[in-house]
Write a protein of this length. Structure first.
Length: 413
């Protein structure tokens, strides 16, 4: 691979006329010009370097492509700002850091969109739908919020409109901004539930002003979504206990959770909703419930939740190292708790819930050996009693939560 730096030039829909002199100079001097066909077509004849279109899939091909042109002046074209959902991140990873990369950015489509709409960029949430499941949009839907969506193509706006309507945000105002910054710039506006615009230009950004329909459920950011937000068969960590469990698990950006005995997937789903970079693996032995977990994850905006169908602890083998483990069922399965404990690194958290005396005895023994917190969670709900109102007590839940420390050894139970 070449020791010469690779130059990355951001280019917009305005093409060559919109480029700064430094960017034009780099493109004219390049021996190899790499980019998408649309971007390469924006260059004039004076950019005489060999033109190489990105293959598909792109990322696996990057190392080989750069190696094939080792020793030559390589210039990569990118849409807008290469470091904003662009090729810049991939090139930094492939080249082993930023030292061998020179980036000349152009205003991003998001900057253009905010300028056209009069939206402050710092108060606008941006999501990319390029190569990502559309269902992830559901987690960002909150009344009054402004979203900018990087579209995957001409067919994305009607798909977004359909999802908004299905999730109770049909009144939301949508604006599709095409070819931003170019001569063919065009804006199309409407509401999600009345969206009838035919597919337009593939190069578009979708602006959404979120408005929740009357009667549509309100899903907060805090743990403890309403129980009826989940499809379930009764195997569900109930709302108040779930909120306490997520507090004990303490999700942080980028961390990975094992949700062992997933049931309906509520713990793993709410873990991932805490931050878009949180990851989770739900382990569930019942195939019907495993399918239900996947549906709940899609409906609640975290389709990236990984579902492993199989009995634990055998099905835990080969999973990536977790930052936290939740055991919501099957505690008395031979070796399960020990396997979860062994998988945790130093500083990892383990939380286990149970309602049975047998599992409670097991958790008491682990608590005696390792400390942590042993808590009894009891919840009662007011219900009609004849013409009066009384309390109906739910089964109390015993919860053990602990942080793994150096020298921790699993008890022989």
């Amino acid at each position: 691979m070449s020791h010469a730096p690779v130059t990355v030039v951001g280019i917009g829909a305005d093409g060559w006329p919109g480029l700064a002199p430094a960017a034009r100079e780099e493109l004219c001097r390049a021996e190899v010009l790499v980019g998408g066909p649309r971007q390469l077509d924006l260059l004039p004849p004076e950019c005489a370097g060999e033109r190489v279109a990105w293959p598909s899939p792109l990322r696996p091909a990057v190392p080989g492509l750069l190696t094939a042109h080792a020793g030559r002046r390589v210039c990569v074209l990118a849409s807008g700002d290469p470091m904003f959902f662009g090729i810049g991140r991939t090139l930094v990873d492939v080249l082993g850091g930023p030292a061998r990369l020179r980036v000349l950015p152009h205003p991003s489509s998001v900057s253009y969109a905010c300028a056209r709409l009069g939206w402050p960029l710092d108060d606008t949430e941006v999501l990319s739908l390029v190569g990502r499941p559309l269902a992830a949009l559901a987690a960002a839907l909150h009344h009054g919020r402004r979203l900018l969506l990087l579209s995957a193509g001409a067919g994305t706006p009607p798909e977004v409109a359909a999802l908004l309507a299905a999730r109770g945000f049909g009144p939301s105002r949508m604006t599709v901004l095409e070819q931003l910054g170019g001569e063919r710039e065009r804006h199309v506006t409407g509401t999600a539930d009345g969206w009838e615009a035919p597919p337009g230009d593939a190069l578009n950004v979708i602006a959404v002003e979120c408005l929740r329909a009357p009667g549509a459920p309100r899903l907060p950011l805090t743990p403890g979504l309403p129980d009826d937000a989940f499809e379930h068969d009764g195997q569900l960590t109930k709302r108040h206990v779930r909120a306490a469990t997520l507090a004990a698990l303490a999700p942080a950006p980028g961390e990975l959770l094992w949700d062992v005995g997933g049931g309906s997937g509520s713990i793993g789903i709410e873990w991932m909703r805490a931050h878009r970079s949180c990851r989770a693996v739900a382990v569930e032995r019942d195939p019907v419930r495993a399918g239900r977990i996947a549906r709940n994850a899609g409906a609640l905006g975290v389709p990236a939740l990984r579902v492993v169908t199989g009995a634990a602890p055998a099905s835990l083998a080969g999973l990536p190292v977790p930052d936290a483990v939740f055991v919501g069922g099957g505690l008395t399965a031979p070796g399960l708790l020990a396997a979860c404990w062994e998988a945790l690194p130093e500083g990892g958290r383990l939380v286990a819930n149970t309602v049975t005396l047998e599992s409670e005895a097991l958790l008491t023994e682990w608590y005696r050996r390792h400390g942590g917190e042993l808590t009894r969670l009891a919840v009662a709900h007011a219900v009609p009693v004849g013409g009066f109102t009384g309390w109906r007590q739910a089964m109390p839940v015993t919860q053990w939560s602990v942080v793994k420390t150096v020298g921790s050894v699993a008890p022989a139970v």
